[in-house]
Write a protein that binds this ligand. Structure first.
Ligand SMILES: *Cc1c(COP(=O)(O)O)cnc(C)c1O
Length: 402
C-alpha cells in the first residue's frame, strides 16, 4: 500500500473522511443493515437515520428536507438536473452553461448536443468572470435550463449565482448551480440564492466518495434520472446508500460548524502559501483575481516550467497538489478552464493548483514554501529554454500515459 501523503494540498480533488464522519457511518455497515423502506422496525429504524441525515444536509444549504434527493455523486446530481429540465419541458431544447464547468456538466452537455439539443457555452473573461449581459442575451424562449457552477474547482473563482438566478427568474427559465466546491467553504442559503436546482458531493466535504445530493426547490417539476423503486419520494430509484447518507449528514453538520474556520484559518493558510510562493519564486503568478474566490484555492503559473515535472518532484517530497482537475490529469491537454480564461497552452501547462482544507497546518505550508523554490529552480536549470522544457517533459510523461 502506498503511504499516505505527508502534505496534502489537493482538497478540491477529494478530502479525507473526517473521524466523526467515519464513526457515524460504521454502525450502518455492521449491525444496522436493514432496508429503510421495510415495514418492520429493524428496517424502519434505519430509515429514521436517513431522515436525520436529510435534515442535516438540508440545514447546510438552508433547504427543507423534502427538497433533497440523495444521489451517488456530484456527477449524477449535475446530469440529473439537466436531464430533468429537458424531460419536464419537452418543447424546450436549449441549455445555457459555461466553458469552465466541471466535466460532469460539460461532457453531459456535449453528449446532449449530439442527441440534437442546442447548448450555449458562455465564455469567461481573463479574470474568469461571466458577462451577465451576455448570459441574459443567451436565454431564448426555448431555453430549458441555465446551469452555471458557483465555485470553479480549478481556480476557485466564484460566479455571482444570486444574480444569475435573478436573471433566470426574470426570463422564466430554470436555474441550476453546481455548488460542489462551494459547500463547506462559503455560506449556502438556497432561498437567498434563488436557484431551482443545486448539486453537492460528499467527498469534497470530508464524507466518502460515492454520495451526493441534488436540491430541487419545492414545486419544481422533476423527472427522475434513475428509474426504479419509490425511494427518494419517487425521484431516484435504488435502495438508499444508508452508511454514506449518514456520513454525508454528519459531514454537513461539521461543515456548518467549520464554516468560520474555513474562512479564517484556512484562508490565512492559503494566503500565506500564495504570498510566500509569489515572493520567493520569480516568474510565478496567480491564475485568478484575488477575489471573488474560494478561501482555500490557489492556482499559480510557474513561467517556463512544466506542471507535470513540478508535481512529480513534489510527490517525491510527499506533497500532493495538482494541475487542472483530478478528472482530467493524465491527459496532456492544457486545462480547459485556464484556456477559456485566455491563458496560452504553455502557461496553462505550467500551472499548479493548491487547495487546502481543515486538516492543513502552518508547518505544512512552511515546508512547501521551503521545497517548492528548490524544485522550480532545479527544473528551470534542466530546461532553461521554454520549448525544450515542453518537449522533454511531454515525452517523459507521455510514456507513462497508458
Ligand atoms: C468533484 C466535482 C464534481 C463531481 O463530483 P463527484 O462526486 O466526484 O462526481 C462536480 N463538480 C465540481 C465543481 C467538482 O469539483
Amino acid at each position: 500500500m502506498t503511504e499516505q501523503p505527508v502534505y496534502y494540498f489537493d482538497n478540491n480533488a477529494t478530502t479525507r473522511i473526517a473521524s466523526p464522519v467515519f464513526e457515524a457511518m460504521l454502525p450502518f455497515l455492521k449491525e444496522q443493515w436493514g432496508n429503510p423502506s421495510s415495514a418492520y422496525s429493524f428496517g424502519h429504524d434505519v430509515g429514521r437515520h436517513v431522515d436525520h441525515a436529510r435534515t442535516k444536509v438540508a440545514e447546510l444549504i438552508r433547504a427543507e428536507p423534502r427538497e433533497i434527493i440523495f444521489t451517488s455523486c456530484g456527477t449524477e446530481s449535475n446530469n440529473s438536473a439537466i436531464h430533468s429540465a429537458l424531460l419536464t419541458q419537452p418543447e424546450r431544447r436549449h441549455i445555457v452553461t459555461t466553458t469552465v464547468e466541471h466535466s460532469a456538466t460539460l461532457k453531459f452537455c456535449a453528449f446532449l448536443q449530439k442527441q440534437g439539443y442546442e447548448v450555449t457555452f458562455l465564455p469567461v473573461t481573463a479574470d474568469g468572470a461571466l458577462d451577465l449581459a451576455q448570459l441574459k442575451r443567451s436565454i431564448r424562449s426555448d431555453t430549458a435550463l441555465v446551469s452555471v457552477m458557483w465555485a470553479n474547482n480549478e481556480t476557485g473563482v466564484l460566479f455571482p449565482i444570486q444574480e444569475v438566478a435573478a436573471i433566470c427568474r426574470s426570463k422564466g427559465v430554470l436555474c441550476h448551480t453546481d455548488a460542489v466546491q462551494a459547500a463547506g467553504k462559503i455560506n449556502i442559503d438556497v432561498k437567498e440564492l434563488g436557484v431551482d436546482l443545486l448539486s453537492l458531493s460528499g467527498h469534497k466535504l470530508y464524507a466518502p466518495k460515492g454520495i451526493g445530493l441534488l436540491y430541487v426547490k419545492r414545486h419544481t417539476k422533476y423527472h427522475p434520472y434513475i428509474i426504479g423503486g419509490g425511494q427518494e419520494r419517487g425521484r431516484r430509484g435504488g435502495t438508499e446508500n444508508v452508511p454514506y447518507i449518514v456520513a454525508f449528514g454528519k459531514a454537513a453538520e461539521l461543515a456548518l460548524a467549520n464554516l468560520a474556520k474555513e474562512n479564517t484559518r484556512v484562508r490565512a493558510l492559503r494566503d500565506k502559501l500564495e504570498t510566500g510562493i509569489l515572493e520567493r519564486i520569480p516568474g510565478a503568478s496567480r491564475n485568478s483575481p484575488v477575489e471573488p474566490r474560494l478561501p482555500n484555492t490557489s492556482n499559480l503559473a510557474f513561467c517556463g516550467v512544466e506542471a507535470e515535472g513540478i508535481l512529480m518532484l513534489l510527490d517525491q517530497a510527499g506533497i500532493c497538489a495538482s494541475s487542472g482537475s483530478a478528472c482530467t490529469t493524465g491527459s496532456l491537454d492544457p486545462s480547459h478552464v485556464l484556456t477559456a480564461m485566455g491563458c496560452s497552452a504553455s502557461r496553462a501547462r505550467a500551472s499548479v493548483r493548491f487547495s487546502l482544507g481543515i486538516d492543513n497546518t502552518a508547518a505544512e505550508v512552511d515546508c512547501l514554501l521551503e521545497r517548492l523554490p528548490v524544485i522550480i529552480e532545479k527544473l528551470r536549470a534542466n530546461a532553461p529554454v521554454d520549448e525544450a522544457a515542453e518537449s522533454s517533459i511531454a515525452v517523459s510523461s507521455g510514456s507513462e500515459v497508458p
